[in-house]
Each structure stands twice: as structure tokens, then as C-alpha cells.
Design a binder for this molecule. Structure first.
Ligand SMILES: Cc1cc2nc3c(=O)[nH]c(=O)nc-3n(C[C@H](O)[C@H](O)[C@H](O)COP(=O)(O)O)c2cc1C
Length: 151
């Protein structure tokens, strides 16, 4: 039986989309076996889909000193369903921001810490147009979190 890795993302711009594509490419690399990767825009993901996943990749721009309202909405709808049922599950985060992502990083640390999730890789933070190195870091993030779900 395969494990499920769920990418919950808010992707409102080409720069964010480049990061999403690189994370997805890493998570679905040929060496990753036995992991089904699902991607859901944060405004459409259901609490049932979040409950059913075995691990998570969370992607968002920094907006107004916080995570996007879209990703917050996903957790607003699912937090108490996830609490206790998902403790210990691995996750990774990628953020895009042009003015400072500290508030978004703090917010996700609080949310995932409250849920008891385990950070499986360092957060990737990008400002402006992603460089080749930034996209490699995104690829590695996707591959690393996916690899934690392999048997
Ligand atoms: C309403 C709004 C608020 C924003 N607030 C922040 C912020 O607090 N910190 C930050 O780093 N970037 C902020 N940004 C920039 C976004 O993070 C950025 O537009 C997004 O990551 C996409 O990047 P791009 O426009 O370079 O493609 C904000 C953008 C908007 C539209």
C-alpha cells in the first residue's frame, strides 16, 4: 500500500508557481517509490483529504505578515479534525515573500507545532525570482519529505 503525500499550496503568481513545480518534481522523482503525491490548492482542500494524507508539503506566499488567507482557511477548516489524529506526521514548508517572511514562518511553526507534526526538512524561503539554487532547494524539499514516507 502506498503512502500519500499532500501538497497544500496557494500559488498566486509565476514565482510561486515555479517553486510549486520544483517541489512537485522532487516529490515525484523516479527514486521515490510507494508514495502517491496529491496536490490541492489551499482554497479547495478538504479536511477529509488532509486527514487521509500521511505527510504534507505546505506552500504559500507571505501576505500581510502572515501566511496567505488561503492556507489559513485550510487549517481553520481542518485543525480540530487533524488534532490528535495526525500527530507525528512529517511536513515541509516553502515560502515566497518579497518583504519578510518571519510572520509566515512563525505562524506555520505554531500551527504545525500545535498539531504535533514533525518537520522533515528545512523551510525553503525565496524572495523575488527564484534562482536555479532556489529551485534546487525546492526540489530537495519535495524529495526529502517524500522520502520520509517510503517504506
Ligand atoms: C496583500 C499583500 C500582502 C503582502 N504581504 C507581504 C508580507 O507581509 N511579506 C512579504 O514578504 N511579502 C508580502 N507580499 C508579497 C507576496 O509575498 C508576493 O507577492 C508573493 O510571494 C508572490 O511573489 P511575486 O509577486 O514576486 O511573484 C504581499 C503581497 C500582497 C499582495
Amino acid at each position: 500500500m502506498s503512502a500519500t503525500l499532500l501538497i497544500v499550496h496557494h500559488t498566486p503568481s509565476p514565482h510561486c508557481h515555479e517553486m510549486f513545480e520544483a517541489v512537485l518534481a522532487g516529490a515525484t522523482a523516479p527514486d521515490i517509490e510507494g508514495v502517491e503525491v496529491l496536490r490541492r490548492p489551499a482554497l479547495t482542500v478538504s479536511p477529509a483529504e488532509m486527514l487521509a494524507a500521511d505527510g504534507y508539503l505546505l506552500g504559500t506566499p507571505a501576505n500581510l505578515g502572515y501566511i496567505s488567507g488561503a492556507l489559513k482557511h485550510a487549517f481553520d477548516c481542518a485543525y480540530y479534525q487533524l488534532l490528535d489524529a495526525t500527530k507525528g506526521r512529517p511536513f515541509g514548508v516553502y515560502l515566497h515573500g518579497n518583504e519578510g517572511t518571519e510572520g509566515a514562518e512563525r505562524a506555520l511553526a505554531g500551527i504545525t507545532g500545535g498539531l504535533g507534526w514533525q518537520r522533515a526538512a528545512d523551510t525553503v524561503v525565496v524572495s523575488g525570482k527564484p534562482t536555479k539554487a532556489d529551485l534546487e532547494a525546492c526540489w530537495n524539499l519535495g524529495a526529502t519529505v517524500a522520502a520520509t514516507l517510503m517504506d
